[in-house]
Design a protein around this ligand. Structure first.
Ligand code: NAD
Length: 737
């Protein structure tokens, strides 16, 4: 029999080597067709008497990344369509679809012949669950092997047997840790946990897997044997009595109860370990069906899985501009940002010239790459040769003529119009006619900067976030005259350095910073109302924000906020900044010299390490304090999320953001907006625009006009619309199809 996605070769020992290698895909993923073929392979190998056992592996450099986008999307659209027809049978259909993979893996486990999974590279989600259902697991001793059940990160959980097999192989604490965090394991760690049987050199992978079968591997899972005992003894032991009551409390501390998928893992493990295996799988299937219907799962999968991949693959790239190969990049300004931009460019294998005003400054910029490389090599994350190769790609120099053959220039000089103007002129005098000029400005509108350019259609904003090495997001900003070629090349560059781009039109603060300022401003309001600072910070975290607003302000620097506020007043007039905000920040900077982490004192105090930072006690004396009992934490949480979401809605209304995926992905990757909501606009869509409008009006009555819902929101509420309906990101594609 032949298959589209697999080859099956049976050797003289009767061992069938099943190699998964999907045509025209860089990575194996589960589709309905793949699952159908796996079922056929199970049936065929069972029926073929010559087959004694099966080794399952991948023909690609990775094993598999798990489920396919289109399969997940179609499951949600099936659910929506069926729910409209008959809600009860829709849930039954979802239950059946959700269990397909789980029962297919169970079929492997109980087929009567031994199966061994040979894990050669990244093995995620459903692919590791398939491996867990095999009777043997061998992993390559290679850094390329990353084993994980990361479903919790997109709002769901390992629902194809993962929550049952992992705690029957590993101890319950490790199992819960692995699944509730979605962390990746190395081959060695997976072996130490009991999740794989052997770790062998990559070239020994298939022989070792075959040998397991030849050595008489029993085609029975441990839990299907009589007398099986869960590692550590199950849930009725003294150790479990310590673990299970504490686990939900720990989870709550870490996630503030915002992630139903994570909580479901605890339930599945605790309940499942007390049941026979097939019943336990059914319990898992029920919870999985329940979680799939939560707003959190829907929104997180859409933003963090589907949209993120689509944007990463260039969803906003203009059609018709051929893909460009970025062969050389110039970075002008080798300071804090430029040095990091040069590093990530070289790390992607692109030669980069790093220019500053003199050789010493340029060398200082390259020293940043040298430090990062030596840290990586020291930690064993990079080989010495790879490190040397990376560094050889960075050429520091003050000589602009080295830009004569670049494809793209990123400008990261001082945030000063005059300095940037001079640099634009100097750069354009030497770069090729075809090259693109990208400014990394954070506050200056691109349209204005482009007025200094001889070819504004090749001028664009590419806004990085600090620390550049870690932050996944890049904002690409279109000036009024930026052309398709500039956009396409900027996106090609961002893709090559493995960042996720969002494309926004020009505005003060672009998308991310506009939202971030709202977050911080709300904290200023709360401080002025006398809300204890500790409640402000904790409420933000309970709302799902990774960093409290005062802490965030300290990181970006309080005096930078002052500079930006003053610039707004100068450019837009006195009403653009609340006088109380300006007074607070002027006092912090000019009177108290509390500038943030950078001078060791801001909203927090930063004692020398190892002492931890703590909120500055003097904050209590700035405003008369309210007793904590008079502050409603739920309202604080709502204020943070609503003020940010309103700003995101305004950017859509003003035509700054045109695709809801970008507001959602941008808000999560840019400043960690409560990921369980799926992002700023999914937060609004998730609760319903009408409910959001009512909530915003209620907040406006108490906390200021900035909460007043905008005309667009009111109109959408009246019409029963959603952002993803009204600004359908697939609309044009569907119409064209
Ligand atoms: P920085 O002061 O650390 O670096 C600026 C560098 O530009 C300095 O090394 C300086 O010597 C160099 N420079 C100045 N004039 C020059 C010239 N004529 N030719 C060549 N080099 C010149 O500043 P930074 O924080 O790296 O910011 C750079 C740009 O990036 C600014 O536009 C800023 O708004 C933007 N930005 C900063 C951040 C951030 O977190 N710091 C984030 C996003 C964007």
């Amino acid at each position: 029999m032949t298959y589209t996605n697999f080859t099956v070769e049976t050797d003289a020992d009767g061992i069938a080597l099943v190699t998964w290698d999907m045509p025209e895909k860089s990575m194996n993923v589960f589709t309905v067709e793949v699952m159908d073929e796996i079922e056929k392979i199970i049936d065929a190998t069972v029926a073929d008497e010559a087959v004694k056992g099966v080794v399952f592996t991948s023909g690609k450099s990775s094993f598999s990344g798990g489920a396919d986008l289109t399969m997940i999307k179609s499951m949600f659209s099936m659910l929506a369509e069926e729910k409209a027809k008959d809600p009860q049978s829709a849930v039954q259909k979802l239950f059946d679809a959700a269990g397909r993979m789980s029962w297919l893996w169970r079929k492997i486990e109980t087929n009567g012949k031994p199966w061994v999974s040979a894990i050669n590279g990244t093995c995620m989600g459903g692919a590791f669950e398939l491996s867990l259902a095999c009777h043997g697991r061998v992993a390559a001793n290679s850094k390329a092997v990353k084993i994980a059940l990361p479903e919790v990160k997109v709002g769901i959980f390992p629902g194809a047997g993962g929550t049952q097999r992992v705690p029957r192989l590993a101890n319950a604490q490790d199992a819960l840790q692995m699944m509730t965090t979605g962390q990746s394991l190395t081959s060695q760690r997976a072996k130490a946990m009991g999740l794989v049987h052997q770790v062998v050199e990559p070239d020994q992978l298939i022989p070792a897997a075959k040998q397991m079968i030849k050595d008489g591997l029993k085609p029975v899972a441990p839990w299907d044997e009589k007398g099986f005992r869960v590692p550590g003894g199950g849930v009725w032991t003294p150790a479990a009595a310590q673990l299970f009551p504490a686990a939900p409390a720990i989870l709550r501390r870490e996630t503030a109860g915002n992630y139903p998928g994570a909580l479901a893992i605890l339930k599945c493990v605790y309940e499942g370990l007390q049941l026979p295996f097939d019943t336990a799988l059914k319990v898992e299937q029920r919870y999985f069906t329940q979680i799939l219907q939560t707003t959190e799962a829907f929104s997180m999968i859409r933003s963090l899985f589907v949209s993120m991949q689509e944007l990463g693959k260039g969803a906003r790239r203009p059609a018709g501009v051929p893909k460009t190969d970025i062969r050389k990049v110039g970075v002008v300004g080798a300071g804090f940002m430029g040095a990091s931009i040069a590093y990530v460019t070289a790390a992607a294998g692109i030669p980069v010239v790093l220019i500053d005003r003199d050789q010493e400054a340029a060398d200082k910029g390259k020293a940043h790459s040298e430090k990062l490389v030596s840290d990586q090599v020291g930690k064993g994350r990079m080989t010495k040769e790879d490190g040397e190769k990376l560094l050889s790609l960075v050429t520091p120099t003050p000589d602009y003529s080295t830009l004569s053959d670049v494809d793209l220039v990123v400008e990261a000089v001082f945030e000063d119009r005059a300095v940037k103007k001079a640099v634009i002129e100097q750069v354009e005098a030497v770069i090729p006619e075809t090259a693109i000029f990208a400014s990394n400005t954070s506050t200056l509108p691109i349209t204005g900067l482009a007025e200094n350019s001889r070819r504004p259609e090749q001028f664009i904003g590419v806004h990085f976030f600090s620390p550049v090495e870690k932050m996944m997001l890049t904002e690409v900003i279109l000036g009024e005259k930026s052309g398709d070629k500039a956009l396409a090349m900027a996106l090609d560059f961002v893709g090559k350095i493995k960042k996720t781009p969002i494309v926004v039109n020009d505005t003060r603060g672009f998308f991310v910073n506009r939202c971030v300022f709202r977050y911080i401003n709300e904290a200023y309001d709360m401080l002025a109302e006398g809300v204890p600072a500790v409640m402000i910070e904790n409420a933000a975290k309970m709302a799902g924000m990774p960093v409290g607003p005062l802490s965030l302000n300290d990181e970006v620097a309080v005096d930078l906020s002052q500079k930006i506020m003053k610039a707004s007043i100068a450019d837009l007039g006195p009403n653009s900044v609340k006088p109380e905000h300006m007074a607070l920040i002027d006092k912090m900077v000019d009177v108290l010299d509390r500038r943030g982490r950078k001078n060791g004192q801001g909203f927090y105090d930063y004692p020398p390490k190892p002492a931890k930072k703590s909120l500055w006690p003097g904050l209590k004396d700035l405003y008369p304090q309210k007793p904590a009992s008079e502050v409603d934490v739920n309202v604080l949480k709502q204020r943070f999320l609503v003020t940010i979401a309103l700003e995101a809605a305004r950017t859509v209304e003003e035509g700054i953001v045109t695709d809801p995926r970008e507001a959602d992905v941008g808000s999560i990757l840019g400043f960690g907006f409560a990921p369980y909501t799926g992002g700023t606009l999914s937060y609004i869509d998730g609760m319903g625009v009408k409910i959001f409008v009512d909530l915003a009006e209620k907040l406006a009555a108490h906390y200021g006009d900035h909460f007043k819902p905008t005309p667009l929101l009111k109109e959408m509420a009246a019409n029963g619309e959603t952002f993803y309906g009204r600004f359908d990101p697939y609309g044009d594609v569907e119409k064209a199809a």
